[in-house]
Write a protein that binds this ligand. Structure first.
Ligand code: 4NP
Length: 158
């Protein structure tokens, strides 16, 4: 894993990190909310977005909001948006929830800005490379377990 100063464009500025999944209503808003809360007091600029546009403007999926709330993460103020080319300039690090998200990001990437990675690279002890999509698996707690593990690894790396 590259240390923070090898990824971020300017180590003196707060890291700008974008979490990306497909719909931006389950995994990536959960990742944003978990990292935001675990990072309390640290200067980070966080956002999340989806590669798809079906849910633009919507709050996170109700099942994910409730599962997150049980662990103390309030996702209710978040709203879905789609990834845009400007994001590659506006963020230092873009973290994909699965390999398809990463491939879609690479296809959009103008190649001049953000580092692109899989979020689960920050939790190698889990043995997985992706957060399975709970919109389909219905395993919201399993997704949150993985997201919390990667969030801890990410915050340790910064
Ligand atoms: P997410 O889950 O990528 O974790 O937000 C999904 C939510 C909705 C859809 C796909 C994935 N959808 O196709 O509507």
């Amino acid at each position: 894993m590259l240390p923070y100063h090898n990824i971020m464009s300017d180590p003196a500025k707060p890291p700008r990190i974008l979490f990306v999944c497909l719909g931006n209503i389950c995994r990536s808003p959960a990742a944003e909310g978990v990292v935001q809360r675990m990072a309390e007091g640290r200067a980070l600029e966080l956002d999340s977005a989806g590669t798809g546009n079906w849910h633009v403007g919507e709050p996170p999926y109700g099942h994910m909001q409730r599962a997150a709330k049980q662990r103390g993460y309030d996702l209710s103020s978040l709203r879905a948006r789609q990834v845009k080319v400007q994001d590659f300039k506006d963020f230092d690090l873009i973290l994909a929830m699965d390999e398809k998200n990463l491939a879609d990001l690479r296809a959009l990437d103008p190649g001049t800005g953000a580092a692109l990675r899989l979020f689960m690279e920050y939790a190698p002890q889990t043995g997985v490379t992706a957060v399975p999509d709970p919109y389909y698996t219905r395993d919201f707690d399993g997704a949150l377990d993985l997201i919390e593990a990667a969030a801890r690894g990410l915050l340790t790396s910064l």
